[in-house]
Design a protein around this ligand. Structure first.
Ligand code: ZN
Length: 105
């Protein structure tokens, strides 16, 4: 995987996790500037991002399939579940925002 692709994928992950953390972990202490300046993540979400980033950079597939469709997912079960929850939440949220914009035109 190229550095650009890794950076891009990590950025997408960061966006999803950042959104989830912002809305679900409002009252937790946040650390700032991990990997990217603009997001504030709590300890748990930072760990998740760090984990995902490590898995991404260690991905042996070329070209990399989407992790969801990977024939040999490298996530541990617990982390995979956590990530699925975050993706579902943020994906739905972003979808709804788009829909709302669409309907309010
Ligand atoms: Zn969080």
């Amino acid at each position: 995987m190229t550095i650009e692709k890794l950076h891009e994928d990590t950025h997408v992950l960061h966006r999803f996790i950042g959104l989830y953390c912002e809305r679900k972990h409002r009252d937790r202490n946040k650390e700032t500037g991990y990997l990217f300046e603009e997001y504030h993540l709590c300890e748990e979400c930072k760990e998740l991002l760090q984990y995902a980033h490590e898995r991404l950079s260690a991905c042996p597939h070329e070209p990399k399939p989407s992790c969801r469709k990977c024939p040999k997912p490298c996530y541990e079960r617990g982390m995979w579940k956590k990530m699925a929850k975050v993706m579902m939440y943020s994906g739905m949220y972003l979808g709804l925002v788009k829909m709302r914009k669409f309907f309010s035109k």
